[in-house]
Design a binder for this molecule. Sequence first.
Ligand code: ADE
Ligand code: ZN
Length: 346
Amino acid sequence: MVHNECVAPALTDLEWIHRLPKAEVHLHLEGCVDAAVVAVAAERHGATSPLPLDEGRPVLGGLAELLAYLDWSCALITEPDELATIAYESARRSSVSGTRHIDVIANPTHWPGFADRLGLMLDALDDGFRNAEADGFATATLCLSLKRQQSATEALHFVDWMIERRHRRVGALSIDGNEAAGSHNERFAEAFGRAGAAGLRRCAHAGESSGADGVREAIELLGAERIDHGIRALEDPAVVAELVRRSIPLDICPSSNVILGVVPSLAEHPVVPLAAAGVAFSLNTDDPLLYGIDLAGEYARSAAAFGWDRPMLARIARTSIDSSFADDDRRHELHGELEDFLATNA
Ligand code: ADE
Ligand code: ZN
């Protein structure tokens, strides 16, 4: 069983890393629910966790268990106020790591309490993010996500609703979940095509529970502009070359990959050969409150494990901003903040 203990964060440069302006582009709303909030909601519903808990966090054996846990924990949340608080807190907590913008992936299939109230769900999240921004915390863009097991009809229905509703907080269509039983990219191609034609940005989980083919299909069939994880692209040099040729960045989540058993250890993480091949990437937490991690810790752990210096971390922060689905003005502002910081703190 994989335990939620990662390598202890290196303390070297942690203070500098905290002040380094950066974006996080791979952050699941479902992995931002505080253990105490889940515990209170479980008590209210008389529900018991399907997994053993360690300090309130589930002890995870892999991706399938993680997803089953999210189905359970998010179903306990039924009040718009709770969602607004989860959104506010995710932006506030991210700011502690020096994160100035977050792209938050939200998958409605995990939230049955809002199945018939998706508009209300978005408004509640928007309230939380707006209040966080007003308080000086990170700005936020929502990436609404399909689940790999949904049908083509469900996907089209969802995307048509997104296009018709055009919620101002929503910037992108995403797809996540488990690809172990097949990625089914052809099934989702039309939905992603419609989203792209309507001006929505597109990202896709691939190369985590799928191999290099999953990454290639996410690019070719879904039009993904950014690959969530993507690390198994390394299994096919042609796919790595395609990522480089098209300048498609990966959003890499090192601790998540170790905790879920996608890679055996941080030392053996494919980010090193991917970086050497010229693939652009950002660092991310994926599901920080489930793993007990934060983004500054991911930068510090990776720097220690891979021997990365400040210029390398600055380059990753730049890519994180380039990769984000914040609008052009906001991205320009974020680049300005980063370069101002580096001018005096290189
Ligand atoms: N949903 C939350 N975390 C995920 C992950 N690591 N992969 C796929 N779907 C997810
Ligand atoms: Zn993810």
